[in-house]
Design a binder for this molecule. Sequence first.
Ligand SMILES: *Cc1c(COP(=O)(O)O)cnc(C)c1O
Length: 217
Amino acid sequence: MSLSDIIDRIHAEEKRVGRELGSTRLIAVSKVQPNERVVAVLKAGHRLFGENKVQEAAGKWPALRERFDGVRVHLLGPLQTNKARQAMGLFEAIHSLDRPKLAKTLARLAQEIGQCPDLFIQVNTGEEPQKAGVLPADADAFIAEARALDLPVVGLMCIPPADEEPSLHFALLRKIAERNGVVGLSMGMSADFEQAVAMGATHVRVGSAIFGARDYG
Ligand SMILES: *Cc1c(COP(=O)(O)O)cnc(C)c1O
């Protein structure tokens, strides 16, 4: 698999379901990958990346941004409030807004700094206790709360349970987004990004299918 194969498959799926070609943004998830694989994807012209950890991104992306123009990095993993300030300086978007305390911290920092990354609210569509995200039943209220804080809520994000049909979760996320007038849908990973495109994903987050398996050593 490679970057161009994944892009081709996204385009083929957009075409199949009658979506505008190129309307799905591909986030290349570079977490844990060796630098040479990331550089190869940058050299191929790709500019949108995803990371899971603030610390890892901080050690990696400032230097790569010096070498390559137009890079955008999105935070996909959980964010602790004590890392919020650092995250706001590192990422163009955060996909893991999932609780009032974090929303309040981001709002306070945004006021202070005068800008804020785009925010996706993570929804725990499978209601899994070990997973981050607001419960589907709490999503409408939390979206309203984040908006009342003037936060730039651009989308919703979900990670379906490993053993369930992902399309059902993508459909649920889309329904929550539609009834709240939220446009962005961050959903779909290496194993299910085509289903996500079919369900209207605006952002798919694909790691191992582009870079190869992650070696956690
Ligand atoms: C790691 C990760 C991905 C990418 O997973 P792959 O299966 O390698 O495509 C996408 N989204 C999130 C939130 C992740 O943590």
